[in-house]
Design a protein around this ligand. Structure first.
Ligand code: URA
Length: 297
């Protein structure tokens, strides 16, 4: 059945969407849609006090030479992104859209395995990205990982090597992982799309819709404790929102039993090193949930 939104002229649709976003920003979501509001503080759910999280933040900041960049890791109040993941933060009231999300609608596949997923992908030609790819970049790391990083899509280096995050942004991600007291092989790293978009452009909607079910299956098989979305593409895809990442970065959400947090993409950090402090705050929250100690210098 066609959604009423789909029957609108593109111009009208954009105007309606802008109004809906405006309503959401004002916190009016519950008045125009049947929305559930969930409130639960992740620190409370993990038995962590704000103080102990603060202490961890300071320790990591010192360990990675970011002293002064981090003053607090308390979740800051924010307005209402229409997201599919259930929020875990009590300091913000975030509504989830009514009805099943793209992800909820696709059930877990009983007995699924990485081998099956890879075999199903095969020599994929499902979307136009296959035309320019050298390699399908499936993902790398531990299938028992407690932490999964999700990026956008392979770049040139990744396309050539067939491995995610091996270029400049990848090197920074590896440093971030190591600063958390982990090694690359302890976590799982993957992307929303598995083939390189031409000229490193953003993956398009149809490409994301085609490819993301395989990412969801990978996450389903791993069942990580924490998913860390790197950048807008990953976080908007998993949370089913069009809101900018800065609106909900650093907040906790539930994603089918995993805790999900969004932070800035390492490529963004290469262009905006001043944002590193914000990312460290987010990673420290992840560390607190996973009980990790920062790497000693
Ligand atoms: N950027 C991404 O989002 N993913 C990669 O694998 C590399 C760069």
């Amino acid at each position: 059945m066609q959604n009423w939104e789909d029957s609108l002229e593109p111009g009208n649709r954009a105007r309606v969407e802008a109004w809906l976003r405006y309503g959401n920003d004002l916190g009016l979501g519950p008045y125009y849609r049947d929305r559930a509001v969930l409130q639960q503080d992740v620190a409370a759910s993990e038995g962590l006090s704000a103080k102990s999280v603060d202490q961890a933040a300071q320790t990591v900041a010192a360990a990675v030479g970011q002293a002064g960049a981090v003053s607090s890791v308390r979740v800051s109040p924010t307005s209402v992104p229409p997201v599919a993941g259930a929020p875990l933060s009590s300091s913000s009231v975030i509504s989830s859209a009514a009805g099943p999300s793209l992800f909820e609608a696709s059930d877990r596949i009983e007995g699924d395995t990485f081998q099956l997923i890879r075999e199903t992908i095969g020599d994929c030609t499902r979307c136009k990205l296959h035309k320019g790819r050298t390699n399908i970049v499936f993902g790398v790391g531990s299938l028992k990982a407690q932490l999964v990083f999700v990026g956008e899509g392979p770049g040139r280096d990744e396309d050539i090597k067939g491995e995610p995050f091996v270029g400049r942004a990848g090197k920074l991600l590896t440093q971030m992982i190591e600063a958390m007291g982990l090694r690359r092989e302890d976590v799982y790293i993957c992307n929303v799309v598995k083939c390189r978009p031409p000229e490193n452009r953003l993956p398009e909607k149809d490409e994301i819709t085609t490819c993301s079910p395989f990412l969801f299956r990978q996450i389903d098989v791993i069942r990580p404790k924490v998913i860390c979305c790197l950048g807008s593409c990953a976080s908007q895809t998993l949370l089913q929102t069009t809101q900018g990442i800065s609106r909900f970065r650093g907040e906790w959400f539930d994603f089918r039993g995993s805790k999900l947090i969004a932070t800035y993409h390492p490529a963004y950090l290469l262009r905006n090193p001043n944002a590193k402090g914000e990312v460290w705050k987010d990673l420290q929250k992840v560390m607190a949930v996973l009980g990790l100690q920062p790497k000693r210098k």
